[in-house]
Design a protein around this ligand. Structure first.
Ligand SMILES: [Zn+2]
Length: 188
């Protein structure tokens, strides 16, 4: 995919995330690896649902801006840490999905709970979705579509678990989680 095609897909993805209620206003950010030391990211401070392809910012893996008229996302460090430590990852999606984030705010485990920066690093290998304590969620994938779908799935699973807990019954949840873990190990 050319850089401009990636930028178009990123703008579309922002609208999809907003449309599904996974981000609001200026929340969330995306990054897509363009080459060995080239990453396209969403800009800081703009309303995501209104982003145009030309608003995206190209940086290198050290975070230096190479192209673009805006500043890169304020959560650039999170994206670059993941892209640096996970050569298999082509795209990172950070959003504030309300139900999954509710679990994070309540301190209830879905998977690993981690925070931004250094504390995320021990969990980077072997996981493709993380809840950030009191904040939101991060998903990754080989492509932007894969990372985005993972974010939708995370929120969807969270809704199901929340609904089950509201009904006072979470039978089978452990088994489902074990199954999901196995599928992930198989790369599914
Ligand atoms: Zn955030």
């Amino acid at each position: 995919m050319t850089a401009s095609a990636v930028a178009r897909r990123m703008a579309e993805c922002c609208r999809q995330l907003a449309g599904r209620g996974l981000i609001a206003g200026q929340d969330g950010n995306l990054s897509v690896r363009l080459g060995p030391d080239r990453v396209l990211v969403t800009p800081a401070g703009l309303i995501k649902a209104l982003l145009k392809p030309g608003d995206m910012v190209e940086v290198d893996l050290r975070g230096r801006r190479r192209r673009g008229r805006h500043n890169p996302t304020s959560e650039l460090d999170l994206h670059l840490r993941i892209l640096t430590h996970r050569p298999d990852v082509g795209a990172v999606v950070h959003a504030h999905p309300p139900v999954a984030t509710g679990f994070a705010v309540a301190g209830q485990a879905l998977e690993a709970f981690v925070e931004l920066g250094d504390r995320l690093e021990p969990y980077l290998v072997g996981h493709d979705a993380w809840l950030l304590a009191n904040h939101g969620a991060v998903t990754v994938g080989p492509t932007l579509d894969a990372a985005w779908i993972r974010m939708e799935s995370l929120e969807h699973a969270s809704r199901i678990i929340a609904a089950a807990r509201a009904l006072g019954h979470v039978q089978g949840f452990e088994a489902q989680r074990d199954r999901a873990g196995k599928e992930r190990k198989q790369g599914g």
